[in-house]
Design a protein around this ligand. Structure first.
Ligand code: SAH
Length: 231
């Protein structure tokens, strides 16, 4: 799967994705990642990518031409959908990540300033995705979050596919509580069942714990949503 990112800060991606599971997958050629400088698609001396908003107001807006030209040139080598990172876009969840992981590639545009000229979306038939209801200063970190969530679901990226099916949100439940050595730490013991070697009991305990955790999380989230609706 090929990830192409359009950004004014292409240098941000190198260090992050040279590490860990994703870094190794790129090295092995299971996935490809390239960050492209949006300014390479400008035609003026100042390589300007932003301009003032029509109608006034604070801040600057990303001009449509460089973004559209960048994406159009990447399309010849990347057949995947185009994604614009935007805080008001559809929320990224594990299901959306799994859908995107089935694509041959993704072309991801990182916004800056007050966002991207609204015509870009219709010209490119793009999909807007948000990583949560808060505002960051640019689309680069959101793009990294999206790439990481999608890439780990591409077959061959994570060494042991079993670890994907036990991930939180992979099904109905969250992950279960994990422990490693030492078996006793500051007076706290690892639950006996995990030391028992009885795999059926361990499996049952993990399921129970995971569903308790899920209930706790759901209760918290329901309360948050109720609180939001009140205001
Ligand atoms: N004033 C704008 C915020 C722009 S933030 C608004 O309220 O919508 C600048 C850029 O950061 C956005 O264009 C987007 O690319 C990125 N960004 C910020 N927060 C984000 C989030 N939660 N999810 C995805 N992208 C985000």
């Amino acid at each position: 799967m090929q990830f192409d990112v359009v950004t004014i800060f292409p240098g941000m991606f190198g260090t992050v994705f040279r590490q860990g599971v994703i870094g190794r997958a790129i090295e092995r050629g299971v996935i490809g990642l390239a960050a492209h400088d949006l300014r390479d698609y400008t035609h003026d001396r100042h390589r300007q990518v932003d301009d003032m908003p029509f109608g006034g107001g604070p801040g600057m807006v990303m001009k449509p031409e460089p973004v559209i030209e960048a994406v159009e040139s990447l399309r010849s080598s990347n057949p995947g959908p185009v994604v614009l990172m935007e805080p008001w876009g559809e929320p990224l969840g594990q299901d959306l990540a799994a859908d995107l992981a089935a694509q041959p590639g993704l072309i991801i545009v990182c916004g800056r300033y007050e966002g991207i000229d609204d015509r870009v979306r219709s010209v490119l038939g793009a999909r807007e995705i948000s990583i949560g209801d808060y505002v960051l200063s640019g689309g680069e970190i959101p793009a990294m979050v999206l790439i990481d969530a999608v890439a780990r679901l591409v077959p061959g990226v994570v060494g042991d596919p079993g670890s994907l099916t036990q991930d939180s949100f992979a099904g109905e439940r969250t992950g279960w509580p994990q422990f490693t050595r030492p078996a006793e730490y500051r007076g706290m013991n690892v639950p006996d069942v995990l030391l028992s070697g009885d795999h059926a009991r361990i499996e049952q305990w993990r399921r129970q714990q995971a569903s308790h955790r899920r209930e706790r999380v759901d209760t918290k989230r329901d309360a948050q949503i109720k609180e939001l609706k009140k205001t």
